[in-house]
Design a protein around this ligand. Structure first.
Ligand code: AMP
Ligand code: ZN
Length: 138
């Protein structure tokens, strides 16, 4: 299953060259062309799913297991101090390539990206938290 004109379908199929650090039947893992940090990589399923909503659960499970293995491997090889695993869904969340992918981002104490994954914190009352909690428990 692939989509015409999807750059990650083409990269995953090897039709567009990429810096591939890992490949198996279901995934290709490449270096991000515009990395946040040296070693920033992307886990790309070979089948086209736009986002987490359409991704089959079995593939999601395999993706997170692969992310765990690569986090361990990359941390060992790159000697980084920490690691972000990021996955964006929808324009509002910052997704720019609409083929599901997971970002593997090695982090260093002083890598100059300290503000990258920050957000403004809301101050919510106990009542507001309770209302959201009730809604999400349905
Ligand atoms: P997102 O914003 O989560 O959709 O992330 C898309 C990521 O894909 C960005 O970090 C881009 O730098 C990266 N990207 C886009 N085109 C390519 C490409 N041809 N090769 C490698 N990475 C790419
Ligand atoms: Zn695709």
């Amino acid at each position: 299953m692939r989509e015409e004109n999807c750059i990650f379908c083409k990269i995953a199929a090897g039709e567009i060259p990429s810096k591939t650090i890992y490949e198996d039947e279901q995934f290709r893992v490449i270096l991000d062309i515009s990395p946040a940090v040296r070693g920033h990589a992307l886990i790309i399923p070979k089948e086209h799913y736009a986002d987490i909503y359409s991704l089959p659960e079995e593939l999601a499970a395999r993706a997170i297991v692969l992310a765990k293995k690569l986090a361990v491997h990359m941390t060992e090889m790159l000697k980084c101090d920490g690691f972000n695993i990021v996955q964006n869904n929808g324009e509002a969340a910052g997704q720019t390539v609409f083929h599901f992918h997971m970002h593997l981002i090695p982090r260093y104490q002083e890598d100059g990206n300290q503000d990258k994954l920050c957000w403004n914190h809301l101050e919510l009352s106990q009542e507001e938290l309770e209302e959201i909690c009730q809604k999400l428990r349905q």
